[in-house]
Design a protein around this ligand. Structure first.
Ligand code: SAH
Length: 216
């Protein structure tokens, strides 16, 4: 199957977006390079493709959204991944954040609770020759105990509180990046410093769709 087009116009718009992200404080060159490589318009409704390089969130299927590029960059930077790391993503959504993680060279396990989105995005990964280790229809509150421990876990929906299974599934030295809150969320990073101890840092306010329980 042919991959969709990535025109010179899209590439130019993407370069401008990456420059803007850098000006907004994204300093991890590997993250900026990964986002320069991934055509965001491939993960959006074709009708919205002309806006793909605006720094905005847009609707995708099942009343969900593709995150702001800045949010994707910010969360990716907080994860501090290295090539080959095992990473769990909660909230596959459009697949854009997954693709950015793959471009960073990590092994991605991704979970989506909306059946419609799960099926659509799984098909898209095949079409784009993208290979996450596993794309799972399930409830991210439970994590993926059979594949733990993970070097990084990223939650791309707003969680009312931190799900304990996700902390338990972190490797020692690993990081969980999760927006916590109901109306708006505080970007929070937990680092597992030993079997029993976690360091907690916060990084300002963001707005995400809610992390919901169970499958749909
Ligand atoms: N990473 C996505 C962001 C999509 S929005 C992207 O780049 O497009 C957040 C996603 O989290 C939605 O698709 C939503 O359905 C999903 N989600 C919400 N609660 C979840 C849960 N408990 N488990 C897994 N996915 C969940």
């Amino acid at each position: 199957m042919n991959t969709p087009l990535d025109s010179a116009k899209h590439q130019g718009q993407r370069k401008l977006l990456i420059e803007r992200l850098a000006a907004m404080g994204i300093s991890d060159s590997a993250v900026l390079e990964a986002m320069l490589q991934v055509p965001r318009h491939w993960f959006m409704d074709p009708g919205l493709a002309t806006h793909a390089y605006d720094n905005k969130a847009f609707p995708i299927a099942a009343d969900q959204t593709i995150s702001h590029p800045y949010t994707v960059a910010f969360q990716s930077q907080l994860l501090e991944v290295k090539s080959g790391d095992k990473v769990l993503e909660i909230g596959t959504g459009s697949g854009y954040q997954t693709a950015v993680l793959l471009a960073l060279g990590v092994k991605v396990y991704t979970i989506e609770r909306q059946q419609e989105l799960f099926k659509k995005t799984k098909r898209l990964f095949t079409k784009l020759n993208l290979y996450p280790k596993k794309v799972i229809f399930g409830d991210g509150y439970l994590g993926l105990p059979n594949e733990a421990p993970f070097k990084s876990i990223v939650v791309t929906a707003g969680a009312p509180s931190v799900p304990k299974p996700l902390l338990q599934q972190l490797a020692v030295g690993g990081r969980l990046v999760i927006p916590i809150g109901i109306e708006e969320q505080i970007m929070t990073r937990f680092t597992r410093i030993s079997e029993k101890e976690f360091d907690k840092e916060t990084f300002g306010t963001f707005k995400f769709v809610p992390m919901l329980k169970d499958k749909n």
